[in-house]
Ligand binder design. Structure first.
Ligand code: PLP
Length: 403
């Protein structure tokens, strides 16, 4: 039989968080090794379980959730999403402007498929959450990466954004709070980014999936609350703030200049209806999640477990000679820098070597479309004791490591 070759649409598509390193970790697990996983932002397996009331709502509604629903999602869930955003100062949004998907991931791909023609460009942060780049490339577009500046608390470099705009640029992506850097953007920064969109007729895609995971009194400002004249597409879901990543529930909401987006909206409606609808039972969690008691707050303030783990992670990373890290103000990741003494030329190799020697799994920085092999991403979801063990071992490993 002739070899069966994958589509060339995938030639420029890359998603390394679950790539070769992840596969190698699974192979080692199959051999019986215990791997300390600091690689994936999946809260529940680390004991960060979803609020009980949302689990109960799904169970309660299961018998009546056997059929398909509207392509955009259940009325009650979309109504709850609209009301939630109204309470955040975003007005003029109707339930028809909300699309529920099987996680934000599905909706990011849908939003790009519905927008891009060959070689259309989208401005994406570097480092990024790599699905954004993958989805743009899969849709025939080109990801133009703009720099986030480590020396400016990882804020986007607005001059770099401006310099990368061309006649083919269609949209700007902001991930706030940010994965992998943990940056939380100020209102002033958001207003400047919106002004760029206004000037250049760009859509603003605001990925705000970590909007409730905030430390040190950081405030999250929803981008959509700051303008009503550009098209803003806001993404959020239950995976992180509500610790229900396995439910695969996310949503996107269109706001602002919807009139100008009539054709794009028709495209999105077509794509939403082609996949019939998202998982119905788990949409029943949305109303309670958005309206109910938000137990995430207890995890991120004072001596809350996630806050303590963040502090432990940052302190231990900064204590390793040659490694420095900005303190994340949101999300669940640290993105430390490795200085030149290590002479790293291949950061994936480094992650594989660490995995082999210490059975600790991290993700290399270039997997996040960071241009230099000098960063890693560390997930601080494991318990304090596991983090201490892993990062002490990591420090010992780096002590002798040179490429
Ligand atoms: N956006 C960002 C910034 C993420 O970090 C993730 C998951 O890690 C997603 C989107 C995808 O989330 P979901 O589980 O809703 O597909």
């Amino acid at each position: 039989m002739r070899p069966i070759i994958k589509s060339n649409k995938l030639d420029s598509v890359c998603y390394d968080i679950r790539g070769p390193v992840h596969k190698e970790a699974r192979r080692l697990e199959d051999e019986g090794h215990r791997i300390l996983k600091l690689n994936i932002g999946n809260p529940a397996p680390f004991g960060f379980e979803a609020p009980e009331e949302i689990v109960r709502d799904v169970i309660l509604n299961l018998p009546s959730a056997q059929g398909y629903c509207e392509s955009k999602g259940l009325f009650s869930a979309r109504k709850a999403i609209v009301q939630h955003y109204q309470s955040q100062g975003i007005f003029g949004v109707d339930i028809e402007d909300v699309y529920i998907g099987n996680g934000v991931s599905e909706l990011i791909v849908m939003a790009m498929q519905g927008l891009l023609n060959t070689d259309d460009e989208v401005l994406i942060p570097s480092p990024d959450y790599p699905l954004w780049t993958a989805a743009v490339n899969l849709s025939g577009g080109k990801a133009q990466h703009y720099r986030c500046d480590e020396e400016a608390d990882w804020f986007p470099d607005l001059d770099d954004i401006r310099a990368k705009i061309t006649p083919r640029t269609r949209a700007l992506v902001l991930i706030n709070p940010n994965n992998p850097t943990g940056a939380v953007y100020s209102k002033a920064l958001l207003l400047e980014a919106i002004e760029i969109c206004r000037e250049h007729h760009l859509i603003l895609f605001a990925d705000e999936i970590y909007d409730k995971i905030l430390y040190d009194e950081a405030q999250h400002v929803p981008a959509a609350s700051l303008s009503d004249d550009i098209l803003t597409v806001t993404f959020n879901g239950l995976s992180k703030s509500y610790r229900a990543a396995g439910f695969r529930v996310g949503w996107m909401m269109l706001s602002g200049n919807l009139k100008a987006a009539k054709s794009y909206i028709e495209g999105l409606e077509m794509l939403a209806s082609m996949r019939l609808c998202a998982n119905v039972p788990n949409q029943h969690a949305i109303q309670t999640a958005l309206g109910g008691y938000q137990s995430i707050n207890e995890l991120v303030i004072n001596e809350g477990r996630l806050k303590v783990q963040r502090d432990t992670c940052i302190e231990l990373l900064n204590s390793i000679p040659g490694i420095s890290v900005k303190c994340p103000k949101g999300a669940m990741y640290a993105f430390p820098k490795l200085d030149k003494r290590f002479n790293i030329r291949d950061d994936e190799r480094l992650v594989l070597d660490l995995l082999k020697e210490k059975k600790i799994l991290l993700v290399h920085g270039t997997a996040f479309n960071w241009p230099e092999p000098d960063h890693l991403r560390v997930v601080f979801l494991p318990h304090k004791e596991d983090l201490e063990k892993a990062l002490t071992e990591f420090g010992d490993f780096m002590d002798g490591y040179r490429q």
